[in-house]
Design a protein around this ligand. Sequence first.
Ligand code: MN3
Length: 206
Amino acid sequence: MAYPHQLPELGFAHDALEPHIDARTMEIHHGKHHAGYTSKLNAALEAHADLHGKSAIELVSDLDALPADIRGAVRNNGGGYVNHALFWDVMTPGGADAPGGDLAAAIDAAFGSLDDFKAKFQGAAGGQFGSGWGWLCSDGSGTLSVVATANQDSPHMQGLTPILGVDVWEHAYYLNYQNRRPDYLAAFWNVVNWDRVAARYEAAKG
Ligand code: MN3
């Protein structure tokens, strides 16, 4: 039974990503924002026992299958739930500078080079108007693409598997960076956990 959905633990201390992401932001972001999406997702699902066996990714991957009265709540809060679960998982203090193996080759194939990929990813995330996310996604054949989504929409909603994501809601960076979203995005590379991104890439290929 997937329900009630649980707030995932952080795999590191709140201050572990400093100076790139500050401890207070992490406390609020995980303990208030992600916790809020979790509780609101559970509240939307409470009266729908037939959906209690589905994972949050399964739910957001097929919104059309949901009852109309909870579709919006699951889109927003289920999306928020799965997006943040990925976000925490693909960050770590002291990670590798670059991916290796199959993922490195796939990035070169899709974007030309790691630097070209980073520029495209930062451009998509930086150019997302208002709140949203930037993503590196894999399709079922292992081909990579960069997309941005608005609000808490997930790439799963368009049939893509996200393997790296960055939150560009102001709550993700405003305490430390104020309006300087590009500076936050540039600093993000210092905390990417490429081992986890590579593992997600292998899993997405199936
Ligand atoms: Mn957020």
